[in-house]
Design a protein around this ligand. Sequence first.
Ligand SMILES: Nc1ncnc2c1ncn2[C@@H]1O[C@H](COP(=O)(O)OP(=O)(O)OP(=O)(O)O)[C@@H](O)[C@H]1O
Ligand SMILES: [Mg+2]
Length: 640
Amino acid sequence: MKISLRAKLIISFLAVIIICGLVATLVAIRLIGTGIISQAQERVRTDLNAARHIYQDEIQEVKAVLDLSAQRFFIKDALLENDVEKLKRELEEIRKRESLDILTLTDPNGQVIVRTRNPSVSGDPQAQDELVSLVLSKREVIAMTAIVPREELIKEGADLAKQAYIKFIPTPKAKPSTETEQTSGMMIKAAAPVLGRDGSLLGVLYGGTLLNRNYWIVDEVKKTVYKGVKYKGKDIGTATIFQGDLRISTNVKAEDGGRAIGTRVSEEVYEQVLVKGLPWIDRAFVVNNWYIAAYEPIKDIKGKIIGILYVGILEEKFTDMRKRAVTMFLGITLTGMIIALIVSSFLAKAVLRPVKQLVFASGQWAKGNLDYRVKTTRSDEMAQLGETFNLMASSLKERDDKLQEYTSQQIMKSERLATLGQLAAGVAHEINNPLGAVLMYTHLALEDLEEKDALRQNLEKAVAETSRCKDIIKGLLDFARQTEPKVEESNVNEILERTLGVVENQALFQNVKITKVICPSLPQVSMDVSQIQQVFTNIVLNAAEAMEGKGELTVISGMAPDSEYIEIEFTDTGCGIPPEDCEKIFDPFFTTKEVGRGTGLGLAVSHGIIARHKGTIEVKSEPGKGARFIIRLPLKRKDD
Ligand SMILES: Nc1ncnc2c1ncn2[C@@H]1O[C@H](COP(=O)(O)OP(=O)(O)OP(=O)(O)O)[C@@H](O)[C@H]1O
Ligand SMILES: [Mg+2]
């Protein structure tokens, strides 16, 4: 699949944004979650403190009522006068006024004198009761939470026993129990000694409130701590008093809408609070909703754990809060992503615009439109690149123009040469035969002449000039013939040696020092030996002529640096070639030699031969200092 650069850029941008967004979202969700939960837990902890204060206040209230009542003179007087009826009347009035469930007076031995709620039952001993016995011995006011057994409740009033009685309602998470009901009750109780004017103990007054099905405390907690606030129709805050693990007073609602009396605490909380005596703060499933809950033990006067005080805040409010925060955060992240997507798409477009321009420009140049230029309006790296591209196009164009000019020149030159060659060949052919006849008849005429004939000298001149014409014709034919080389594997060094061997003995070379720097390990090359020898001969003869028979000729053979050619160099110390002539010396009939001495065909023929061998011949020269001819012959012929 082909993905565009722009898509790739956008995808990369997006990947970075999505990763960052996701990480930020996850971290935020976590922080929000833990933040909200810990905030809720902190809140519920303070709420539990408040609930405890309300509970303690209630105990103190009962204690204060008992303390004050026990000091009333009418009790002391009535006790001394044994006026039971008065006691009944007055005490019942106090009980009603102070909304106590029970108010009972005993004698100094702990035997009941008056039981206000149930006057018919009296005379029974209460000295064994934990609270009464403590007051009897310590003679001070004492208050506590206590478990009151059913039989005692019945004595205080059968209706109390009925109020205390609770049947267990099975709850899935509760600790399994064999019991199915609760017959005893939990009471806030206080007792105070009734002392005579002389300080003697006249009796004990005890009273209290039954907590079972008494909702005053829990509703007070709800009212003062939670102000009765509701969330989605449910109370936001709830409070409960447990007797053991059983809900005896609560404002948690059951399925039927009534109070969830009779349900029990989960086993987890049971272990932590009732068994280990530690507070428990966590989310908890209470009856039918999740709450952030706090539980702590309620202890009796001896420190024994007899119940639990609970407050809980509806978790739904916090989970909704969290959901809202998370949704908001996700929304922000998503919006950010969309904005980033749009921005990145524009960015990618902006970044890629110059690239597209470059691609378009390259296309134009590839099509040959080298005049096209990239428009650069900015000053960044892309603009620099554009400039470089333009520069490249300029130099390409320049080179292209030069190449075109050179090629057309070359074409013209070769066309010229070809025409010239054809012409020369035609003329040479036509002239060659008549010249042969002239030479033959001149020779015949010479043979017929006497040794001392005056004509003889003239005829001999005619023979010499005609021979020179034949030489020129031969050169012309050589140039024009352009025969394909008859190739054979041969060694350049051997041809060089042979060429030099032939010329060395000529008079022209008497005063020429020939230095040979021969590379002995030259490979064999395919070539036409006689043609190559002709080339070498032409060059060394030219050199000798340029040095006017006096100087040094250095011949070097070796491999070209690229190892694809054999290189042969001829360096002389002759007159050299002026720069303007360097281009012309390979043209046919170009010669600087006086008329009759040179035909100007030597280098033209040599050039043709080397070209047909797929090699090159070039000249380097500084006028006055000599010339250097460099011939390169390919190791492998390109058409092989
Ligand atoms: N080594 C050299 N030093 C100086 N000039 C040279 C050298 N070789 C060639 N030339 C110049 O190049 C010209 C052309 O040389 P070329 O061999 O083609 O013809 P030529 O030597 O003049 O006549 P031909 O070789 O036909 O007798 C020469 O006339 C000479 O001016
Ligand atoms: Mg020559």
